[in-house]
Write a protein that binds this ligand. Sequence first.
Ligand code: HPA
Length: 243
Amino acid sequence: MTSLALIGGTGFDRLVGLEVARQEAVKTPYGEPSGPLLFGRLGEREWVFLPRHGAGHTIAPHQINYRANIRALKDAGVTRVIGLAAVGGIAAGLTPGRVVLPEQIIDYTWGRAHTFFDSPDAAVKHIEFAQPYSAPLRAKIIAAAEAGGVELASEAVYAVTQGPRLETAAEIDRLERDGASIVGMTGMPEAALAREAGMDYATLAIVVNPAAGRGGGGEINMETIAENLEVGGAKVMEIITRL
Ligand code: HPA
């Protein structure tokens, strides 16, 4: 059984290099995941791949059925999940094209179905989440990046905003005061749900733009985002194929 999964973010609606052996449309008690699960080979390993925003990138960050996605992977026998994400860079040095393995999260999202533990007939559980990402999985990713010669920023704090709009410059200043170094819209509740489901989870992020009001204060433009996704995406694939 395939135990590794990739949840693709913006720029990763398809996984170049994945030799898809089969795909499976599944249902869960929480509804349908973002699309069919794709089973295939990448590098030396079998992977399950699920594009978070749907195959045609049509599902906005706040509309993603995070519970169905995690439950579908769990039901498929997945034990380790890497969530790929395109993010804005807040901290100096986290410039477009850089690859980041965050080690902490601050959750600013609201109104998302964010727990499996809210069924009326089940006991409430409070997961341990001080270290939101799996240390063993992070160590493997760090080792793969080193082996592939990819520079990885591995001490970042990921601020997860509600979206789909981008932030104001003042909001980014606030996130920085809070200690955040990158900003994206999909890191939560995905990470917490994976923990609730007992799975190892890590986020691998590509900085695709300077966060609002940073990097000279110009507008965030989709063309440069696409270019940076390509540069960072090649580095991410180098890491993934070496895992
Ligand atoms: N903010 C939030 N989410 C993002 C950004 C950003 O600047 N870039 C890519 N995803």
